[in-house]
Every structure is written in structure tokens, then in C-alpha cells.
Design a protein around this ligand. Structure first.
Ligand SMILES: Cc1cc2nc3c(=O)[nH]c(=O)nc-3n(C[C@H](O)[C@H](O)[C@H](O)COP(=O)(O)OP(=O)(O)OC[C@H]3O[C@@H](n4cnc5c(N)ncnc54)[C@H](O)[C@@H]3O)c2cc1C
Length: 347
């Protein structure tokens, strides 16, 4: 028997307060725009903005403006991720390797940077869809001259015009991440794609549950973005996100804002190997107990689980993926909990 009620009661006070506040203001209109403009906005860092004395259009405009800086406007307006009629840069098939110019680099954490690449035409989109990745290629200096190829999932929306952004963690001795971290604006990266992963369509699953570790959040973010930018979306999302330290959590602000905007549709549970004093989330690796408490039960109708993270986490949670085309057998915690092979996708 899954103890979800007990788990909710054990949630940090901060989360409980945030959640009850949000659900109170959104009663009866769980996913509608009323929620976005009523319950959600005051928690987007707008401080004491007095919506009671503000007209709906004014509030809408203020919310949008405030959200712009955080990249949350697409969720407030739920303008979708459609790329129909737009020109894709990456087209797959016989296109081969393409050069992308690095426009800017931003430090995100002590070991992770955000790389923004410009597309040749400001009206172009990357060509990436949900869910898919791109391949990058480099020939590392001092190596054996052989090219190194690695997949990455852009964190910019599929319909972002004129640029494509990657969030990349540097691994000591890791050839591709070291190469990327050495790049400076103006240089060119070889990319290819899109590399199809799990094909998503609106409301394909009733409930999506995700386990991600470290940069394993990026494929999840692509799907999360698709789900919550879509005004017709009813899919619930539960994300369990593991990291070493609190400062390693990527896209944390975006995830928290989305939880506040969609309190009945989106939940995130953080777990840290090395939590700071007073940490209210989970501690240690992802465990069977945690997933049992927060994930939908295996017998529930139309659920899908996604897993992405470092090799150790994959092994423990779902068993490793055999190759890009072979998911490998389901094993580990998810198998023990009773999920079936067809309910789980490994990125
Ligand atoms: C579908 C997909 C999407 C990905 N998207 C991103 C992304 O958006 N951003 C990003 O930074 N990485 C992402 N990765 C991981 C990325 O492809 C590379 O594996 C990573 O950058 C390391 O490459 P490297 O050549 O520098 O090091 P490698 O020589 O490949 O690895 C160096 C060390 O790091 C370990 N390692 C490799 N990958 C991981 C990992 N994901 N987590 C923890 N340890 C690892 C290896 O076991 C090895 O010990 C993604 C992987 C997949 C499969």
C-alpha cells in the first residue's frame, strides 16, 4: 500500500504552506488560466504586489513582465511549443554535421555553464522536438585525433527563434564537456540531429513520473516544458531529482516557479547526497521508499516513467540502457516496485 498521504504530511512546512496557499486560490479551476493569474503570480517573486486593486489585464501584463526575466512567460501565457511554419536548422536524415556559432557563455554553477548558440537566421528554430537530443562532435586537443561524439538535450524551448542553448556540466577528464567548457564566443561547434528519443503527443499519458540525477534533468525539462507550455495539457508530472549538493541543482528556480504555477499538476522532490544544515528535502540517493511514496502505483492507468542520470543511478533505479537503440531490461528499484518494462523509458 502506498503511503502518499503520510508522505504529504511529512513534507517540509515551506512546501506545504506554498501548496495549500496555491490550491486555496485555485479551487475549482485546477489547470485553467484563473489559476495562472490568481494563485500563481504572487509567488513568482512579485513580492507584495496588490492584485486586489488591479484589473485583470493589468495583472496579466504585470505577471508576464515579471516572468519575462525568469523565462516563465510561456507558462503564464501557455502559448505552446509548436514550430509549425518555422524553418528548422537541424533536419536529420542526410544533412550531416552542421556548424553552430557560440554566441555567449554563462556560469551557472561551479561546474556547469550555459552555452547559447546562434542559428544562422534569427527566425529559424533548432529543429529539436519533444523528446529528442542533438549530437555534438569534437576532436580533443592532445588526443589520438579521433572525434568524440556525445548527446545533449537543449534547454531552450523547441520554438525559440534564432538560438539554441545547452546546459553542460564539466567532467574532469571528460573530453566533450572539457572541450565545450573551453569554447569562447565566436567559435563553432559541430552538431547533428535531432536524435529522436521518446515520441510525445499532447496528453499521451495521464501521469508522468521522472527520476533524474544531475544533468539528467535536461531531457526531463524538455518534456516538462512541452507539457506545461501546452494550454490543453492535463498530464500530471512528478519529478524526483537527485544531486550531490544544493548548489548543483540545475533549473531549480524554473522548477519551483512551475510548481507554484501548477500546484496540482506538478510536484518535485529533491534529494541530496551532501545536504546543507537544515535541508528540508530528502537525503541520500534515490531510494525505493521515496519512489514508492511519491510515484503513481504500477497498476494505475496510463502512466509513464522516465529515467536519466549518471551510470550508478541508472543501474540502481532502472538498470542501464544497453545502447541508444536498446533500452535494456528493466531492473533495479522500479522493477522491484512492480513497474513493467513498457512503463519505463530510459533517456
Ligand atoms: C540523451 C542524453 C542527453 C544528455 N544531455 C546532457 C545535457 O544536457 N548536459 C550535460 O551536461 N550532459 C548531458 N548528457 C551527458 C553527455 O552526453 C556526456 O555524457 C557528458 O557531457 C560527459 O561527456 P564527456 O565526453 O565530457 O565525458 P565522458 O568521458 O563521457 O565521461 C566522463 C565521466 O563522467 C561520467 N559520466 C558520463 N555521463 C555522465 C552523466 N550524465 N552523469 C554523471 N556522470 C557521467 C562517466 O562515467 C565518466 O566517468 C546527456 C546524455 C544523454 C544520454
Amino acid at each position: 500500500m502506498f503511503a502518499r498521504t503520510a508522505f504529504r504530511a511529512a513534507q517540509p512546512l515551506r512546501q506545504q504552506a506554498r501548496r495549500s496557499y496555491a490550491s486555496g486560490s485555485s479551487a475549482g479551476t485546477p489547470w485553467g488560466k484563473a489559476l495562472l493569474l490568481g494563485g500563481g503570480v504572487t509567488m513568482l517573486g512579485l513580492g507584495g504586489y496588490a492584485y486586489t486593486n488591479t484589473s485583470v489585464p493589468q495583472a496579466k501584463a504585470a505577471a508576464s513582465a515579471a516572468a519575462q526575466g525568469e523565462g516563465m512567460s510561456e507558462f503564464l501565457t501557455r502559448s505552446g511549443t509548436s514550430t509549425e511554419g518555422m524553418t528548422p536548422y537541424l533536419k536529420g536524415g542526410e544533412q550531416g554535421w552542421m556548424g553552430l556559432k557560440l554566441e555567449s557563455v554563462e556560469d551557472v554553477t561551479h561546474n556547469t555553464k550555459k552555452f547559447s548558440f546562434s542559428l544562422p537566421d534569427p527566425e529559424m528554430v533548432s529543429g529539436v522536438f519533444t523528446t529528442s537530443a542533438i549530437l555534438t562532435k569534437c576532436v580533443p586537443e592532445g588526443g589520438d585525433g579521433k572525434p568524440v561524439i556525445r548527446p545533449y538535450t537543449p534547454v531552450s524551448p523547441n520554438n525559440a527563434k534564432g538560438h539554441m542553448d545547452l546546459l553542460v556540466k564539466k567532467y574532469e577528464g571528460g573530453p566533450m564537456s572539457t572541450f565545450l567548457h573551453s569554447m569562447t564566443p565566436g567559435q563553432t561547434l559541430d552538431v547533428k540531429g535531432p536524435l529522436p528519443k521518446y515520441w510525445w503527443s499532447p496528453n499521451k499519458h495521464r501521469h508522468v513520473a521522472m527520476v533524474a540525477g544531475g544533468t539528467g534533468i535536461t531531457p526531463m525539462w524538455q518534456l516538462i516544458h512541452e507539457i506545461f507550455a501546452d494550454p490543453q495539457s492535463r498530464t500530471k508530472v512528478t519529478l524526483v531529482l537527485g544531486n550531490i549538493k544544493e548548489e548543483d541543482i540545475l533549473l531549480k528556480k524554473q522548477l519551483q516557479d512551475l510548481e507554484n504555477l501548477f500546484p496540482r499538476q506538478f510536484r518535485v522532490f529533491y534529494t541530496l547526497d551532501d545536504p546543507p544544515e537544515g535541508w528540508k528535502g530528502e537525503k541520500g540517493h534515490v531510494t525505493s521508499e521515496l519512489l514508492k511514496q511519491v510515484f503513481p502505483e504500477p497498476k494505475e492507468d496510463n502512466i509513464k516513467l522516465f529515467v536519466c542520470g549518471p551510470p550508478g543511478m541508472m543501474k540502481a533505479v532502472s538498470g542501464p540502457k544497453k545502447s541508444p537503440k536498446d533500452q535494456g531490461e528493466l531492473s533495479g528499484i522500479l522493477k522491484e516496485l512492480g513497474y513493467g518494462q513498457d512503463q519505463v523509458y530510459k533517456f
